[in-house]
Design a protein around this ligand. Structure first.
Ligand code: 4NP
Length: 151
């Protein structure tokens, strides 16, 4: 059976594209369908931020072909798991739910891991090294999520 996982952040150009790239690599795109989306419409159709592309490339992950899109209620129906980056993404995604079943699909990506932060910080307005930290956090979170999920 194929498990569909959607990574969600605000703009779908910094954090969730990295999370999508990491999860695709960890799963070899086998038995899983991985995608990402943003709760906002600011960057629809654009490629990931150059700093996200660079940090992913440093880890042999090519995310340059991704295109930003906005999260819709249909996504919450279509995907099995919606992993969000922070509390704001969480409440925006929950606001789109029409049932308890949909609500139960949504969780913070940090929930399955033991990283030292309850959410993935938004690196957009920060220094470039924020992207390295986001990468490391997301790698830990994705690895631990998969470990728990596939147990
Ligand atoms: P993301 O980062 O949610 O990780 O993609 C952001 C990207 C763009 C903006 C904010 C956060 N923005 O305000 O345009």
């Amino acid at each position: 059976m194929t498990t569909k996982v959607l990574m969600v952040c605000l703009g779908n150009i910094c954090r969730s594209p990295i999370a999508e790239g990491i999860m695709r690599k960890l799963t070899n795109d086998q038995d899983f369908i991985i995608d990402s989306a943003g709760t906002a419409n600011y960057h629809i159709g654009t490629a990931p931020d150059y700093r996200s592309i660079a940090i992913a490339a440093l880890h042999d992950i090519d995310i340059s072909g991704q295109k930003a899109r906005q999260l819709t209620p249909a996504d919450i129906d279509a995907f099995d798991h919606i992993l969000v980056m922070d509390e704001e993404n969480l409440s925006n995604a929950i606001a789109m739910c029409s049932s308890e079943k949909h609500r139960d699909k949504i969780s913070l990506i940090t929930a399955a891991s033991e990283v030292d932060t309850p959410y993935i910080p938004d690196p957009y307005y920060g220094e470039d090294d924020g992207f390295a930290r986001v990468y490391e956090l997301l790698h830990d979170c994705c690895k631990n999520w998969l470990k728990k999920y596939t147990k």
